[in-house]
Design a protein around this ligand. Structure first.
Ligand code: AMP
Length: 585
């Protein structure tokens, strides 16, 4: 393997990338850098995101800039504003020691006047989304006459987003004697058209096989029944306490719904989709980048350009329609040599799609085993122990507290104290999971659901409702001070005409009750919306015994979450949003 120096990278850039921790070139850089440093060399590079492509094109084009000419000499086109900003940021980092070199990101959604002003002052590199650049060209505020290098980044995405005409119009204005480099994760038909029209005998570089997924990514799938998808998602999130990932949904509506449910259930999640304003999207992305958000629920389009390197997981809440989107989604984890996991929670009908993706990315998906409540508790406990081991002790701040604490605990030995501390957390978790039904993955061989996806932990089916009665779920439980007598009073008050009441199951945060079938309509009509202690009652027919899911118990807040956020160190898991922090215990 060659060094950056051997590839021809000049000193000021070498110094900057060394400071950034780039020790040796990544494969795409090894191929592209020396080639682009030469003249008249066009390149088509098939490379996934996260392979180091920004530096592959960024370093040679920066090196070739003549800083004394205050005109754009390199043009980078990319599909989204976020990617545009990311690339410009990276270029600024690489050119930190090149005096006077100016890079300008131009993108829609921000003041065109200030972009025009900066262009007038003189810039060397323009990173642009096609629409905004075309706008600037129409206003004759940008001069592309001295462009020597053109980069099309994520070319397939630009075509998917309908930028084909804009790209053609832009390229028509760039002088023909220039290098052109096209990066794409896939090679759809439209790309062949561009390369034929605008590129001169391009060298084709393939990093990995065509359309092949990143080698560092493990692909796991869970086939579940449609109504278990959300429960499966929660289990998976619980099983990985340090998860930092994106949950991809197919529609904006589904994205918002899943994010809302997760927040309601106490997860540190938020949504990112096209119905949010630009300011809202920026805010969410920033939170996610800073790791103040653990789970980002997003649509494919909104998440494009969100450049975060160390995601631990990608979760496909259902598979996307095309394999390219899957490659893009999964390519967001396992970046820069790290390993990543791409999890797909699918319906049995999507099995064929899994096989198709496997064939194209040339990688097998592993069937996942749904973590049991016990396994999750263990995982969470060991995570807590790990945190205890690693926590920074602020000796000065706690010094005055310690003597009375030591005095109070002096009758316990170390083993007792550890046991108690573990029990403090474990009891609450066990309590949460003991009523939760296990979720079964759908039997793949028969293609049918096993007798029921809801089973009690001992393997028995959920308890049956008495003949002639309907079982209801109500969003009040013992923790709300609800007792059987009070519930009976409430039902009688709401449902005039004395309905017969059957079994009552009072649980911690919600309950079940049975009422005779003939009163079913009255129960639903009258009880829903009725208020108890200032809170609206919500009653639903309970098809299955509800251990999890809508209206179910909220996930227990971890032990350390009860402390003030400021006192917690920054890489602690489960940092809850303000909304989730106020959730019911
Ligand atoms: P990219 O594919 O350009 O988005 O790069 C993915 C990540 O790899 C970014 O965080 C880069 O900063 C990082 N990176 C790029 N080249 C190198 C290198 N040679 N050594 C270490 N990290 C790199």
């Amino acid at each position: 393997m060659k060094t950056f120096e051997e590839l021809g990278v000049a000193l000021p850039i070498l110094k900057a990338i060394q400071e950034m921790g780039f020790e040796s070139p990544m494969p795409v850089q090894e191929e592209v850098i020396p080639f682009l440093l030469g003249e008249d060399n066009d390149v088509i590079a098939l490379a996934q995101t996260g392979t180091g492509k920004t530096a592959a094109f960024g370093l040679p084009i920066l090196q070739k800039i003549n800083v004394s000419i205050y005109q754009p000499q390199a043009l980078i086109l990319c599909p989204t504003r976020e990617l545009c900003l990311q690339i410009a940021d990276d270029l600024n980092d690489y050119s930190k020691y090149i005096d006077g070199l100016k890079t300008l990101p131009v993108y829609g959604g921000s003041s065109i006047e200030s972009q025009i002003k900066t262009l007038k002052r003189g810039v060397h590199v323009v990173v642009a989304t096609p629409g905004r650049l075309l706008d600037l060209m129409t206003r004759k505020t940008v001069n592309l006459g001295l462009i020597k290098n053109v980069i099309l980044d994520e070319a397939d995405e630009m075509l998917n987003m309908g930028f084909s005409d804009s790209i053609n119009a832009i390229l028509a204005e760039v002088p023909p004697a220039r290098n052109m480099l096209l990066f794409s994760a896939t090679m759809p038909q439209g790309i062949a058209h561009i390369t034929k029209k605008y590129m001169n005998n391009p060298k084709e570089i393939v990093i990995g096989k065509k359309n092949e997924g990143n080698k560092n990514i493990k692909h796991i799938y869970y086939l579940v029944r449609a109504q278990d998808k959300y429960l499966a998602l929660k289990r998976i999130a619980d099983y990985y306490p340090n998860i930092y990932g994106i949950i991809f949904c197919r529609t904006r509506k589904e994205t918002q719904e899943i994010a809302d449910k997760l927040i309601q259930d106490g997860y540190n999640a938020d949504s990112l989709h096209g119905e949010l304003s630009q300011a809202q999207r920026d805010y969410v992305m920033q939170k996610f980048r800073l790791r103040n958000l653990q789970l980002l629920v997003a649509t494919d389009v909104a998440a494009r350009g969100l450049d975060v390197d160390d995601l631990t997981h990608i979760i496909n809440y259902g598979l996307p329609d095309d394999v390219e989107s899957y490659t893009h989604r999964s390519g967001r984890t396992g970046r820069a040599g790290k390993t990543g996991i791409s999890i797909s929670i699918c319906h049995i009908k999507e099995k064929g799609k899994i096989r198709e993706i496997e064939r194209i990315i040339n990688k097998k998906f592993e069937p996942g085993e749904m973590p049991s409540g016990k396994a999750i508790c263990e995982k969470q406990i060991f995570n807590l122990i790990d945190q205890i081991e690693k926590v920074k002790v602020n000796e000065d701040e706690i010094a005055s507290l310690m003597p009375p604490i030591f005095r109070k605990l002096e009758w316990l030995d170390t083993e007792d104290i550890i046991k108690r501390m573990v029990s403090l957390e474990f009891n609450r978790m066990i309590d949460y999971y003991k009523d939760a039904n296990e979720i079964e993955v759908v039997d793949e061989r028969s293609g049918k659901d096993r007798d029921s996806a809801f089973k009690k932990k001992d393997g028995r089916k959920s308890r049956d409702t008495e003949e002639g009665f309907v079982r209801y779920f109500i969003n009040f439980g013992k923790s709300d001070g609800l007792y059987p007598n009070q519930l009976i009073d409430l039902i009688n008050k709401c449902v005039p005409g004395k309905a017969k009441i059957g079994k009552i199951d009072l649980l911690e945060n919600f309950s079940f009750f049975e009422v005779e079938e003939t009163a079913a309509k009255r129960v639903m009509d009258r009880m829903n919306g009725f208020e108890l202690d200032g809170r609206r009652i919500s009653v639903e027919v309970a098809q299955e015994k509800k251990g999890e899911g809508r209206g179910a118990k909220k996930r227990p807040a971890p032990f350390y979450d009860r402390f003030d956020k400021r006192s917690r160190n920054s890489d602690k898991p489960w940092r809850h949003t303000s909304r989730s922090a106020s959730r019911k215990k």
